[in-house]
Design a binder for this molecule. Structure first.
Ligand code: ZN
Length: 316
């Protein structure tokens, strides 16, 4: 679908690419192509699909990815990319013939989102992409992630549009160790995160920089505890920082029904936190929000949660 087929300025862009469904880490792997189909199905069923500005994600340029990842690491991934079958990079993370193509388009989705928003062609954007990104460190793939999509996008916003303060908000059930690895100590970036702890990747309890506001939650924490942490810890810090653009690492594996983690969020919590972030963006960021898919593995809960997140982004 053409990027001009949806609504004009004020629209919520929905950015994806067909290659994102061709990356496949093997039968039974939870980070599976069906995740994107589940999201699409639910957006259609919710009546939201036709209201979105549908845009194909272009591939990110290698130089755009090199701004947050080491060149040697990118070369190593290319070297290990198989023509057929899969190659395990670690026990959780594998690469097939389409993985790198999907990863370049996934990172490119965030760059496209920034461009659409900064040029006024969209108000905000949801990037329905895989592989996800927030565990990818500057020089290491891990936890289903290859390129740190949200970091590539935030870097692009600063490089191409001169933004001086950007916020990254991460509500995936896992700590965004890759994003922390890339941005810890950089005063242009504030990262706020909530994650189950102790839990994979067993980091985040001691932040690596004063610009990292990490909120570990014990297993079995509820949506109410999540909301209290957002109100008491995230929102004051975000309002003090006054970001010019918000980037969301939107993982939905803290959902009650998602066996990957042991937190108790439900769809209403994702709608609620999205509304809180919309308010921050309205006050400080000219309502600019780029949201990028991270985790979320129980397909029905994932679809329902994304639908509520996107519904709020559209202003409904
Ligand atoms: Zn996760």
């Amino acid at each position: 679908m053409s990027e001009w087929s949806g609504q004009a300025s004020g629209a919520t862009a929905y950015i994806s690419h067909s290659s994102c469904s061709m990356h496949d880490m093997g039968k039974g792997h939870p980070e599976c192509p069906e995740r994107l189909a589940a999201i699409q199905d639910r957006l259609i069923a919710a009546g939201l699909w036709d209201y979105l500005l549908h845009v194909d994600a272009p591939p990110a340029l290698r130089e755009q990815i090199e701004r947050v990842h080491c060149a040697d690491y990118l070369d190593d991934l290319a070297r290990r990319s198989p023509a057929v079958g899969t190659v395990q990079l670690d026990p959780d993370t594998a690469i097939n013939a389409y993985t790198l193509r999907a990863a370049y388009h996934a990172a490119g989705a965030g760059i496209k989102a920034v461009d659409l928003i900064m040029s006024g062609r969209a108000q905000n954007a949801f990037c329905a992409i895989r592989p996800p990104g927030h565990h990818a460190e500057r020089a290491r793939s891990m936890g289903f992630c290859f390129f740190n999509n949200v970091a590539v996008a935030a870097q692009h916003a600063m490089d191409a549009y001169g933004l001086e303060r950007v916020a990254i908000i991460d509500f995936d059930v896992h700590h965004g160790n890759g994003t922390e690895d890339i941005w810890a100590g950089d005063p242009r970036v504030l990262m706020v995160g909530i994650f189950q702890h102790p839990f994979y990747p067993y980091s985040g309890d001691i932040p690596k920089g004063s610009n990292m506001h990490n909120v570990p939650l014990p297993r079995a924490s509820t949506g109410q505890q999540f909301r209290e942490a957002v109100c008491e810890q995230w929102l004051p810090r975000l309002n003090e920082f006054a970001p010019e653009m918000l980037f969301i690492s939107a993982g939905f594996d803290a959902h009650l029904e998602d066996d990957m983690g042991s937190l108790g969020l439900v769809e209403a919590d994702y709608a609620w936190v999205t509304r809180q972030l919309m308010k921050v963006a309205e006050v400080h960021s000219s309502r600019r929000i780029v949201s990028m898919l991270e985790g979320g593995y129980e397909l029905s809960a994932l679809g329902r949660s994304v639908a509520e997140h996107v519904r709020v982004l559209t202003g409904e």
